[in-house]
Design a protein around this ligand. Structure first.
Ligand SMILES: [Zn+2]
Length: 131
């Protein structure tokens, strides 16, 4: 038996989350380079992108295609706790390529620990420091 999230519920979740996030997220034109990735995380665009990514791209694959979400760097598969959870990581750091902030080819799923360790390092630099 398939475990499918009813579309109505999904719509409701997306809508309420989006409404809440519109309230909390800062206005940004989506183009002006921000001082750091932290600033990006505070924008309405990033919050909306993040929910779109999880709800529209990942959730259907998890529910229907059996995708197991894991950290691209350490392989952690959850379940999430207060201290460990999934983040979206910019493979080429935001600071290096701000225009790729919402480029799906530059986004990978990482746990918050790897995401923090990677910081502004390139993939090569990160792998050299951790392996
Ligand atoms: Zn990890």
């Amino acid at each position: 038996m398939e475990h499918q999230i009813p579309q109505q519920l999904l719509d409701h979740l997306i809508r309420t989350r989006t409404e809440q996030n519109m309230f909390f997220g800062a206005e940004w034109d989506g183009e002006t380079p921000l001082p750091s990735s932290w600033w990006l995380t505070q924008t309405k665009q990033w919050i909306q992108f993040r929910y779109w990514f999880w709800n529209e791209i990942i959730a259907p694959q998890v529910c229907c295609d059996g995708l197991v979400v894991s950290c691209a760097y350490c392989g952690w598969k959850g379940p999430r706790t207060k201290d460990t959870y999934f983040c979206l990581d910019h493979v080429v750091p935001y600071i290096e390529a701000p225009e790729r902030w919402n480029d799906l080819n530059n986004i990978s799923i990482a746990c918050n620990h790897c995401n923090k360790k990677k910081g502004n390092l390139s993939l090569k630099e990160f792998l050299e420091t951790t392996h």
